[in-house]
Write a protein that binds this ligand. Structure first.
Ligand SMILES: O=C[C@H](O)COP(=O)(O)O
Length: 246
């Protein structure tokens, strides 16, 4: 069984995600890239409003692989109190130096490394990430125009990724323009979570408005995770969101 990570770009989107009972509310600004960041103050506000009852992650942005820059961004985002800080490992730069610089932060906060399937990452990186103290590793896509993760990598390659991450004792996540139809294919891989943004939005456009029915449908396809009954449609959801607000 895999949980559902859903990317939200504001407090109001995060409240909707909570009402839909997603497992991880992932704070990011999709308009600013694959891992576009929200301002630290906005993330802190969402954590203050939802943090007690929700698991929250946040991205640090599409940053170049410069150790000092990444460490400062990770430290600032971790300071908001989010449960997980997601850090993209983009092509170029010195990954080893970045991991070394992030290791002391990983000792105090849960860091998730994001590798990009469309850059053909070397899976031996997973072992190095574990050594640096990262809590998890996720596979996503950098160029959203290339199609979904399942179009870029064969099931055997995805299984090699989730298997390596699990063997390293790390949390595993899969994402990258995933569609509802990808879920059945990915569930046997038993990643800890599947991540979504585009598929939760109108016209499957990751910068567009969220579509509550799509969120609920994906939640349903991933199986019942929470103890409460889940609203079945957008009207039930609106009632739940209003309760959450009050
Ligand atoms: O972390 C998950 C991502 O936000 C996935 O975004 P996407 O479905 O638009 O590729």
């Amino acid at each position: 069984m895999s949980g559902m990570l859903a990317s939200a770009n504001s407090l109001s989107e995060a409240l909707l995600m909570r009402a839909c009972e997603v497992d991880i509310i992932d704070l990011k600004q999709p308009a600013q890239g694959a891992l576009g960041a929200l301002p630290v103050a906005e993330v802190a506000e969402v954590v203050a409003r939802l943090g007690k009852h929700s698991v929250i992650s946040a991205t640090v942005g599409d940053l170049p692989m410069q150790a000092d820059l990444l460490a400062a961004a990770a430290r600032a985002m971790a300071g908001t109190g989010v449960d997980y800080v997601k850090i993209g490992f983009f092509p170029g730069g010195d990954w080893r130096a970045c991991m070394d610089r992030l290791a002391p932060i990983a000792g105090r906060h849960r860091l998730i490394a994001v590798l990009f399937a469309d850059t053909k990452p070397d899976l031996t990186t997973i072992e190095a990430l574990r050594g640096a103290g990262f809590a998890g590793v996720m596979l996503d896509t950098m160029d959203k125009s290339l199609g979904s993760l399942t179009q870029l990598l064969a099931p055997s390659e995805l299984a090699r990724f989730t298997g390596s991450a699990r063997a390293a004792g790390m949390l595993t996540g899969l994402a990258g323009s995933l569609k509802q139809s990808d879920i059945q294919l990915l569930l046997p891989l038993a990643a800890d979570y599947l991540g979504f943004r585009g598929a939760l939005c109108r016209q499957h456009c990751r910068t567009a408005e969220l579509d509550a029915d799509s969120i609920l449908r994906i939640r349903q396809l991933l199986g019942e995770a929470g103890p409460q009954s889940r609203p079945a449609n957008a009207e039930g959801l609106a009632a739940r969101a209003n309760q959450a607000e009050s």
